[in-house]
Every structure is written in C-alpha cells, then in structure tokens.
Design a protein around this ligand. Structure first.
Ligand SMILES: *Cc1c(COP(=O)(O)O)cnc(C)c1O
Length: 413
C-alpha cells in the first residue's frame, strides 16, 4: 500500500484498494481457483508452514480472498482481517479466538437469533459460558466475572436497532483485561460506523448482507484492531517463554483467528464468493446511504400511521438509543427497522412489492415475521429482550422508490 492511500475515505478505499496498478493488470479482481500454490525450494515450503505469511494451501489463504481481506481491513480501519464462509463462521471465529473452556462471555441480548443460539447452545459444548444482559453499560458491568474474556454486542442490533455504547463497553472490558468484540453487520463494513476507532478490539460481520448487497452470496469476516491488549488472557500469555504473545507479537490475535476459522475449522471462503463480495463493497456506500434515507422516511411515515403500532428505528428521536446513534453513526441509522401490525399473517399475505425473505442488505426490500422465523427458536423472553414481539415485522429497506414502498405498505395494511 502507498502512503497517500492512508488518507483515502471509505468511498475511495471501496473501489480502489487491493487492485494493483501496472501494465496489463486487471481492473477488478482475478478469481484464483487453485487449491494449492507452488514453492521452488524446500526452504520456502518449510518457512511458509512455520510462519504462514504467504500462500501454500487454499484452505488457509487464497489471493482473491486475500484481496477482499485487505479491502475490509482498510474499510474498518483495522490491522488484519480473516474472511470466512458466513457471518456465523465469523462470530464463532471471533469468540473462540479469545475464549477457551472455563471462560466467560458477556453479551447484550439484542442480538441476531443465530448469535444468541451460538452463545446459548454451541459455546457450552466447549465449556464456555455466556451471560446475556440488557444493552446498557450498567448491565454489562454487573455481569463481568474474573474469567470474562469478551464483551460482545451488535453495533446496530438486528432487528431492534439498539446501538452499542462503544466507549463505555470498551472501558468495562479493558478494566478486566477482556476485549470488546462488535458485530458490525448492520453498520455496513465500516460505512456507518468503524467500531475499532471507538475502542472495540475486533469487529465481526456477515458479509452476506450489505457487502454482498444483492442476496446472491454468503460470507463473513473478522477484523482485528490496532493496539488491543491480550496480556491478561491466558490463551495468549501463560507466563511462559513460548506464549502466543511472545511468539506472534502484535499479530497474535489475527494469527489465531486465521488458524481457527480457516486453517483448523475449515470455514474457508470460496474465491468466487470473495470476488462477489469485493465487488459488492464497491457500491455499498451508495446503496446503504439511499437505503438509510428511505428507512428514515418510512419510519417517520409509519409512526404516524393509524394502523401501525410501535416503530423501532435508531434514527427516530424517541428511540432509546437515538443519542448513541448520533454519537457513533455517520451517514444515517441503517436500513433495518421494525414496526408492529395487528395481524402479521394478513399483512404478509397482501404485500406486492415487499418480498418475504430472511435476509438483510438486499437491493430489494425484504420483510419477515421474526417471532416465527429468525427468532423462532430462541426462548420467548429472549425474543422480547431482542425487541421482537408477536406483532413485529422486520424490514430491510432496499433501493425501490419510496412512493412505491409506501403505496404497497398502505394497501397491505
Ligand atoms: C445474518 C447475520 C449474521 C449471520 O450471518 P450469516 O452470513 O447468515 O451466517 C450475524 N450477525 C448479524 C447481525 C446478522 O444479521
């Protein structure tokens, strides 16, 4: 990377980064479909297997995936990124990178259903316990234990639109030698917020949503921030000479995430998916800006509508986290909002423009009934805690004309 690239803003990094300049270089990303990469000498192969800095086998690293990773690192303002096969794979990689059997996670309960499921059902299989608490610094502080290694929250929660109080959460985590991990999915790979600049130590995200942007590909990533401190985490520092921190230095966390997510667990991102995701990132700023603007207009309209109950969107002044949205977000409050209708089944049966599908960040406006679908498998109390009631409709606003979306919602109501 050249020095002048350091000053580039999001929009420039999104289209210019990770594409070499030069005679005959392609504009855009070549897709490398090789499973393995060549060495010329025994020494080269030995060194690669020891240090993992280059290319050897595509489960670990692939040039197309690496270009996507470089782009995400810069969009998030981080140190290094590992891209994996889904957002769920990214969450698992992030958590396991700092927790082992006997450790504890504090997470806010306004989470994506799959994350709640992982914390409640999968981590206990490995001896890791999680406490899910209200999305406030006071509740997070109260839940911290001596063995808490990670505080986990969503930057903009799916679906309720709660905002993580990054500075407060970071302070609470760091006091205990833990790290702050943020799921940045709904903030669009650093476009609406770069949590690493506000004290988070790592961001994970589903790239399936706004990075892909067209509902056509799955992926996830974990980006490590500069200056995280793992000296009080026994995985990294057991007091011995050969501790991970001594051996890998400031790259220890990024190294362990690639080792876990790609190398050992094999949740490797396919090169063609990496190509689609890197291309999707090029238009993310335009899409998410427009979607956020439309989402705010719809939220303001819906909350005055006589047939609509509670509307939840952090861009609305009466949302409990509106002040946090103003503090941490730029360009808008995102594309996701929820609203309550008297008869969700009837509403869903009448829509003609909106489509019923469990995805976010698509160019098309998608709605779901979270109570019976995305959040259907978690306990009822946890659904309410995540801002989901039997009447809630979740909407991920797409690129259609505002008037057409309003007309469709009006006739469906
Ligand atoms: C969708 C989603 C995930 C999981 O991502 P997948 O790509 O579906 O595995 C994680 N976190 C949030 C906030 C999500 O919306």
């Amino acid at each position: 990377m050249n020095d002048w690239e350091n000053d580039w803003d999001f929009e420039t990094v999104a289209v210019q980064s990770a594409i070499p300049r030069g005679l005959g270089e392609s504009i855009g990303f070549p897709v490398h479909t090789a499973a393995a990469f060549q060495f010329e000498t025994l020494e080269q192969a030995q060194s690669e297997f020891q240090f993992n800095t280059g290319l050897s086998y595509a489960r670990l690293q692939n040039p197309t995936v690496r270009a996507l990773e470089e782009r995400i690192t810069r969009l998030e303002g981080g140190q290094a990124t590992v891209a994996v096969a889904s957002g769920q794979a990214a969450t698992l990689t992030a958590i396991l990178s700092v927790c082992r059997a006997g450790d504890h996670v504090v997470a806010t309960s306004s989470l994506f259903g799959g994350s709640t499921g992982m914390l409640n059902n999968i981590l206990p299989l490995m001896g890791i316990k999680a406490t899910l608490v209200e999305n406030t610094p006071e509740a997070v502080r109260k839940a911290m234990q001596d063995n808490t290694r990670l505080v986990w929250a969503e930057m903009i929660s799916n679906p309720a639109g709660d905002i993580a109080d990054l500075a407060a959460f970071a302070e609470i985590a760091h006091e205990r030698g833990a790290v702050l991990g943020i799921d940045n999915t709904c903030a669009g790979t650093g476009f609406l917020c770069r949590p690493l600049e506000f004290g988070a130590d790592m961001v994970a995200q589903s790239l399936t949503k706004w990075a892909g942007g067209h509902g056509s590909v799955m992926g996830g990533s974990v980006t490590v921030g500069q200056g995280h401190d793992l000296s009080r985490n026994p995985i990294y520092n057991d007091g011995g000479e050969n501790s991970l921190l001594n051996v890998r230095g400031e790259n220890a966390l990024a190294w362990r995430q690639r080792w876990l997510g790609a190398h050992q667990l094999g949740m490797t991102l396919a090169p063609h998916s990496a190509f689609l995701l890197a291309q999707g990132l090029e238009t993310l700023s335009l899409r998410l800006q427009r979607e956020s603007d439309t989402a705010l207009a719809l939220a303001l309209w819906l909350e005055r509508h006589p047939k609509v109950g509670k509307v939840s969107y952090a861009g609305l002044p009466e949302h409990p986290h509106h002040h946090l949205a103003q503090k941490y977000l730029r360009h808008g409050s995102g594309a996701v909002l929820t609203f309550e209708v008297a008869d969700p089944a009837d509403f869903l049966s009448r829509v003609k423009v909106l489509r019923i599908a469990p995805n976010l960040g698509d160019v098309r406006t998608l709605i779901v009934h979270p109570w019976t679908t995305t959040h259907g498998r978690i306990p009822e109390a946890a659904r309410y805690a995540a801002g989901v009631t039997p009447n809630t409709i979740r909407m991920s606003v797409g690129l259609e004309a505002l008037a057409d979306l309003q007309a469709d919602i009006e006739q469906a109501l």
